[in-house]
Design a protein around this ligand. Structure first.
Ligand code: C5P
Length: 396
């Protein structure tokens, strides 16, 4: 059901635009509030009057009202929406979205929205199959946009193939499943993210290249699906606005360990994605070390947070960790799964292009305690987070 959901429907200039009327009716029948933004060309295929009547809301298309100079705020629309569905989406609009072009209100809305974006493409089969279109789809997927694939069937050109827009019933079902999945994770989850900094003196530290992007994506995904999240993070350049995420900022492995140990007994499970430093200086100098010919820093091991949580884990708690490996990936990951008492481990290899620190993408394999192994393609970190949370929720 879509009761109470705010759905922003974007309509572009395709013959399939006539189906937007049925789609609007179905969404409203399921309890959603629908606001519509259409491209100027879309108005050639279906009139704003029809859509305004069905949606019971003014249909937006232009930046300005020429008669009184007032303007339509795409920013407000973006804040209002729970989901932005663009159906039908032409090859042209798709290409513009993939490249950040913003020459109509639908496109500026796309760049402003904070909610998930879903595209139902509609075009001729050859246009859909064209390398340029497929490249644009891949770019948008990496940006976190979801797609409702066009089914095979008769096209407006008379040809048979893949390109026609999914039927309004299928789109409505997709959205309903999306919200069901989104709000089904009634759990409290602890997530560690980012690097730790181990101080040598007041201005220097030992750290690593972790950006925290993967852990933050997992926290966002868990929160978006309804979980209450405690995010313990090392120093990163990422902000969090999600009200379901309680963020605890720490610097060192010791601080992360103390925070994790304090909160772990209160949660249903934990996903440990932090790149915790393995060693920390034996002594932290209180004043800045002055230049010397040579300097050696004695190191001692940090607490292994994962292993400690693995020891106190209750049967009903789910514990998951990461293994970032460069060689013998599978064996190393399996050994870590055992040693740290994980229920599953997420393996990513630095040998894979686009995986690991700093990238917006990742390529993972999940190894479960039961022995099951799931290999995934290279995906955006947002999609990877969704896969990880799906495995987590199947075990919790
Ligand atoms: O042994 P390694 O550092 O590769 O293990 C990786 C997993 O263990 C990750 O899930 C990481 O967050 C966790 N870990 C930890 N505390 C440490 C070291 C690693 O929680 N001191």
């Amino acid at each position: 059901m879509l009761q109470g959901k705010h759905i922003l429907l974007g309509i572009t200039g395709s013959i399939a635009a006539y189906k937007a009327a049925t789609l609007t009716r179905l969404l409203i029948k399921q309890g959603a509030t629908v606001k519509i933004v259409m491209t100027p060309l879309a108005k050639e295929f279906i009139t704003p009057v029809t859509l305004a009547t069905l949606s019971k809301n003014t249909v937006l298309s232009e930046f300005f009202h020429h008669d009184d100079g007032s303007w339509n705020s795409h920013v407000e629309l973006g804040l209002w929406a729970d989901v932005f569905i663009i159906a039908p989406c032409t090859a042209n609009s798709l290409a513009k979205m993939a490249n950040g072009i913003a020459d109509n209100l639908l496109l500026t809305s796309y760049l402003s929205v904070r909610c998930p974006v879903v595209i139902a493409p509609a075009m001729d089969m050859d246009m859909y199959a064209h390398k340029a279109t497929q490249r644009n789809i891949a770019t948008l997927q990496q940006d976190g946009v979801s797609f409702i694939e066009p089914p095979c069937g008769e096209l407006a050109s008379g040809l048979e193939g893949k390109g026609r827009m999914a039927e309004p019933e299928a789109i409505t079902q997709w959205l309903s499943d999306f919200f069901d999945k989104k709000e089904s994770l009634k759990k409290k989850i602890l997530i560690t993210a980012g690097p730790t900094y181990e101080a040598i003196d007041p201005v220097r530290f030992i750290g690593n290249y972790s950006s925290g992007k993967m852990g933050f994506a997992i926290a966002e995904e868990a929160a978006n699906r309804g979980a209450e999240v405690i995010l313990i993070t090392g120093p990163v350049q990422i902000t969090t606005t999600n009200p379901r995420i309680t963020r605890i900022d720490v610097k060192s492995a010791q601080e992360m360990y103390e925070a994790a140990l304090q909160h772990f007994p209160t949660v249903d499970g934990a996903i440990l994605s932090a790149a915790v430093a393995d060693f920390t200086p034996v002594t932290k100098h209180n004043i800045k070390i002055k230049e010397k010919q040579s300097l050696s820093v004695d190191l001692k091991p940090t607490p292994d947070i994962a292993q400690e949580l693995g020891k106190i884990k209750k049967t009903e708690q789910v514990l998951a960790g990461f293994a970032l490996e460069t060689n013998n990936e599978f064996e190393h990951a399996k050994a870590k799964l055992e040693k740290k008492n994980f229920d599953f481990i997420v393996l990513n290899s630095l040998a894979d292009k686009g995986a690991g620190f700093g990238y917006d993408t990742n390529k993972i394999t999940i190894i479960k305690r039961t022995g099951d192994v799931i290999k995934y393609d290279l995906k955006s970190k947002k999609e990877v987070a969704s896969d990880i949370i799906s495995v987590f929720s199947s075990l919790s």
